[in-house]
Design a protein around this ligand. Structure first.
Ligand SMILES: *Cc1c(COP(=O)(O)O)cnc(C)c1O
Length: 343
């Protein structure tokens, strides 16, 4: 079997030996009974990092978003988010199924929108209409090519939402990458939102886990939502230990993932039949278009030991992470032009 260079997602990372050692060494309790010391430590650490009162650990990013939605809405409420957002596209319609909400979709380049778009989506306070309740912003924006929201735009859209009495949720699955790329602190991003979710199982390289940070009352409601969704766990400190390890050891290296993504984008840019603007690659996600059928190209590239995902008829996604290193990048940047030439 040839050795695969896996660029399908930053979720494919395996825990390192040092991370596994930290997990094995962690003191554990019962988090449903509220006494797992490693969970408590992680929640406190995250609350501090994001400048919030409290935090709640959950198994997945989807549960983080859906617990935050459940905690801040009632049936008949409406959520406002971008058409390309994870909450809308990739969480099985949970906003409707689990929280009884409707959803208003915004458009805009790279998964971003403007305050006027928010204003236009707000429903009048009239008994005919759903109640506009919650704005969701995704940073970095996955389907937007890993784009980082400018802080100014975040300030503007959340201020507009607040003017109409809405709450604001940040889907920060990759907020670590946004912060590493922009230099804006996690707390500065979080300041504009009532709730923030972040994933440990992507660029930070943990096997499992996400966090939600907010004020104490909201986290109290998030806890209830987590229980309802089946996400309250027992000796989950073993997972929190991985997250604590990652906060200490895997955040500084995210800039390497971004440099790797940039290298791949530049190597793709010169290829006939491939279209990509390397300047749009701000973090660890690369989307590029091919003239040929994307699924066929992905298969061809895979036969040369490089895995990517087709994400549209002519669109391919590659993501860099802890799973790939400098020497993998040498292989990728040498192979792709050869393999993709004349596709
Ligand atoms: C991956 C992701 C999620 C959900 O994470 P899971 O752990 O896969 O449920 C949420 N939002 C964004 C932007 C993501 O990329």
């Amino acid at each position: 079997m040839i050795c695969m260079i896996d660029l399908r997602s930053d979720t494919v990372t395996q825990p390192t030996e040092a991370m596994k050692a930290a997990m094995m060494a962690a003191p554990l309790g019962d988090d449903v009974l509220g006494d797992d010391p490693t969970i408590l430590l992680l929640q406190q650490r995250c609350a501090e990092l994001f400048g919030k009162d409290a935090a709640c650990f959950v198994p997945s990013g989807s549960m983080a978003n859906q617990s935050a939605i459940r905690a801040q809405t009632s049936p008949g409420d409406e959520i406002i988010c971008h058409r390309d957002s994870h909450v809308y596209c990739y969480e099985a319609g949970a906003w409707a199924a689990l929280s009884g909400c409707s959803i208003a979709l915004l458009d805009g380049p790279r998964g971003q929108f403007e305050p006027e778009d928010v204003a236009a989506a707000i429903q009048a306070d009239d008994h005919h209409f759903a109640t506009s309740r919650l704005l969701v912003v995704e940073n970095t924006q996955n389907r937007g090519g890993g784009a980082v929201w400018p802080l100014r735009r975040i300030e503007a859209v959340t201020a507009e939402a607040r003017k109409h009495g809405l709450r604001c949720h940040l889907d920060g699955a990759r907020i670590w990458n946004a912060s590493a790329a922009s230099g804006v602190s996690l707390a500065e991003y979080a300041r504009h939102f009532d709730t923030v979710s972040a994933c440990f199982s992507k660029g930070l390289g943990c096997p499992v886990g996400s966090i939600i940070c907010s004020d104490a009352d909201t986290i109290h409601r998030v806890h209830r939502a987590r229980k309802m969704l089946g996400g309250a766990m027992r000796q989950s400190g073993i997972l929190a230990a991985a997250a604590l390890y990652a906060l200490d050891h895997h955040r500084d290296r995210l800039v390497d993932d971004h440099a790797h993504a940039r290298r791949i984008a530049e190597s793709l840019a010169g290829i006939d039949g491939v279209s990509i603007d390397p300047d749009t690659v701000e973090t660890n996600i690369i989307y590029f278009d091919v003239q040929a059928d994307a699924a066929t190209v992905v298969e061809l590239v895979e036969s040369h030991g490089i895995r990517m995902l087709d994400s549209g008829p002519h669109t391919i996604r590659a993501v860099t992470s802890l799973a790939v290193d400098d020497s993998d990048m040498d292989v990728v940047c040498e192979s792709l032009p050869k393999v993709l030439a004349c596709r």
